[in-house]
Design a protein around this ligand. Structure first.
Ligand code: ATP
Ligand code: MG
Ligand code: MG
Length: 557
């Protein structure tokens, strides 16, 4: 189509293709650091990098940006691979690791030294900070800045050979200590770290800094468009400086877009890790986490996350996206794709006194009210039923208008059981504490499917048969924080704004028998209750279901 793309990266790429830049080829990469699980912000970067490659018949690499071995692990690598696959994307060729370029990066560091563009500096990190100056003050040259090439070569080799302690020295690019851009004031490129690495073991005790590793890795892989978030904008001159001063095989270019921020949650791996470490949540994939694996367990579909990323677009202006947008993306998907079922979350016993014990009547109900192709489900009615506690009231409130009218069951009143008959409540049984524990009702055989003349049941409620239904535990999930911006208070930690009702567990719930044996991740709309999915904690004896999202936005103001 000749429609202008709204994604500004796509506009750049279309111009590049038109001008035959890189012979019209598009190579992107998604470069996670394996120091945590991916979150919804990463989903945006994944959709952007993989989606862009797909759109322009290019390729997208998966590269683990593994230059900080202390914080990284195989567990994180595995989770990242699984999340990208689940989102439906496939990288080109093998998985890449920045660490597999360590030899090349070392050689390029030597190249910089030989050309007088890098030196070994013995300033401590504190001293180096002082020498760097600040935004209003130029920096001062390090006293080690004019070491000879020979001395630098020898010192750098000795750094590699583990002759120095951590922090004793570092390799720095020799650029400009008075550059207005702080990133150009002789940035560090290699530091000493006596830590073994998940990929390279004990081979290295010096590791490249992100800024030195990233662009050069892009060049090795032939990446054409290196897309990252806006906080790297003022690293771009350094990115370009390395590319200009090294004999790299390609000249990638960096482009920045704004990070995704979502209200009522947090999108920082470090802070999400704190929630896990402090056991505020059960794990990285706790259904309340904004991680991809948490959203998956919550019941989100890959389609809904991709749709969400599409909706929010790609720009260079920062803004906070409303959680309601993410929730409406999954609601929209599940509204059309999820089969319907009835689940009673807080049961109240109803006895239909005009049905004999042991008699079953089965109804065929559509799996989806607007999609016949989804077929039917069979729901059985018996003498002993369960309804939702909140669907019964002893004395109907007096309604001031028709919107306030009580639409559920009350003493002496009638209500329709979804897909079955109208029942009337004749008697209320209470325990010694005065709590309602059972309703004695009768059903009207003339009301199957339709109301006869003169009948006015209050409304329609959901129900299950006590003996035919399946026991289940319902995990009612809600937003993790009560504050839209939990991280916005200078005085108080985000930990102080946790929603105490982010998880309410209901252990006596019952689901209609059509759901029996459903596999983990099967999704449903439980009529009148919301969208739910089967959790992996389910067993043959007991299903566990997670509430994905309510039917309507309950947080909208
Ligand atoms: P965090 O601050 O959560 O640790 P990060 O940027 O350090 O995030 P990386 O593993 O380096 O995490 O991210 C991999 C890619 O995902 C990077 O290109 C990064 O820019 C992008 N990314 C990370 N967070 C977001 C976000 N909130 N919105 C969009 N893209 C993001
Ligand atoms: Mg990063
Ligand atoms: Mg980070």
């Amino acid at each position: 189509s000749n429609q202008k793309p709204t994604n500004f990266i796509h506009q750049i790429i279309e111009d590049d293709i038109k001008n035959n830049v890189n012979e019209g080829k598009v190579v992107t990469r998604f470069p996670p650091e394996p120091n945590g699980y991916l979150h919804i912000g990463h989903a945006k970067a994944i959709c952007l990098n993989f989606g862009t490659a797909e759109k322009y018949q290019g390729v997208c690499n998966l590269r683990f940006d593994d230059t900080n071995p202390e914080k990284e692990s195989q567990e994180y690598i595995d989770s990242i691979i699984s999340d990208i696959n689940w989102l439906g994307y496939q990288w080109a060729g093998d998985i890449r690791y920045t660490s597999s370029y360590f030899d090349q990066l070392y050689d390029w560091a030597v190249h910089l030294i030989k050309n007088g563009n890098a030196y070994v500096c013995d300033l401590s990190s504190e001293q180096a900070r002082e020498y760097r100056g600040n935004f209003t003050q130029p920096g001062k040259d390090s006293p080690y800045r004019n070491r000879s090439v020979a001395e630098n070569l020898s010192l750098f080799e000795r750094m590699k050979n583990a002759e120095f302690k951590e922090g004793a020295c570092s390799l720095r690019a020799k650029i400009d200590m008075s550059a207005p851009n702080m990133n150009l004031r002789d940035p560090m490129i290699y530091r000493i770290l006596h830590t073994s690495h998940h990929q390279t073991g004990n081979k290295w005790c010096i590791y490249p800094i992100y800024d030195f590793a990233h662009g050069q890795s892009d060049a090795v892989e032939g990446v054409t468009h290196s897309i990252c978030t806006l906080e790297f904008e003022d690293h771009r001159p350094l990115y370009d400086w390395f590319i200009e001063h090294l004999p790299v095989p390609a000249k990638p270019k960096q482009y920045e877009f704004s990070r995704l921020e979502l209200n009522y949650t947090i999108t920082s791996k470090r802070k999400l890790k704190q929630l896990v470490d402090d056991q505020v949540v059960a794990a990285w994939n706790d259904p309340r986490m904004p991680t991809i694996s948490g959203l998956r367990r919550r019941g989100y579909t890959p389609k809904s996350l991709r749709q969400f990323c599409d909706m929010i677009g790609v720009t260079r202006s920062n803004g906070v996206v409303d959680m309601g947008m993410l929730e409406s993306a999954i609601r929209e998907d599940l509204d059309s794709s999820a089969p319907r079922a009835m689940c009673v979350t807080r049961p109240l016993k109803v006895t239909l006194t005009n049905i004999e014990e042991g008699v079953e009547e089965w109804f065929e109900l559509p799996a989806h009210p607007k999609d016949d192709t989804m077929g039917v489900r069979r729901v059985g009615l018996t003498r002993n039923l369960l309804i939702e506690q909140e669907d019964f009231i002893e004395v109907k409130p007096i309604a001031k208008n028709k919107h306030e009218k009580w639409k559920r069951l009350a003493t002496g009143d009638a209500v329709r059981l979804r897909g079955a008959y109208v029942i009337t409540c004749n008697e209320v049984i209470k325990n010694d504490a005065g709590e309602v524990i059972e309703l004695l009702c009768t059903y009207d055989p003339a009301t199957k499917g339709a109301n006869p003349e003169g009948y006015k049941p209050n409304g329609v409620i959901h129900w299950v048969s006590e003996e035919l239904s399946v026991p289940c535990e319902v995990r009612m999930y809600d937003r993790l924080f009560t504050e839209a911006n939990p991280d916005g208070d200078k005085e108080r930690s985000f930990m102080e704004f946790l929603n105490p009702e982010s998880l309410v567990v209901l252990t006596d719930s019952r689901i209609e028998s059509s759901v029996k044996g459903a596999a983990a991740e099967t999704r449903y709309q439980f009529e009148r209750m919301g969208y739910f999915c089967i959790d992996v904690d389910s067993s043959a004896e007991k299903l566990v279901v997670n509430r994905t999202v309510t039917l309507r936005d309950s947080w909208a103001k």
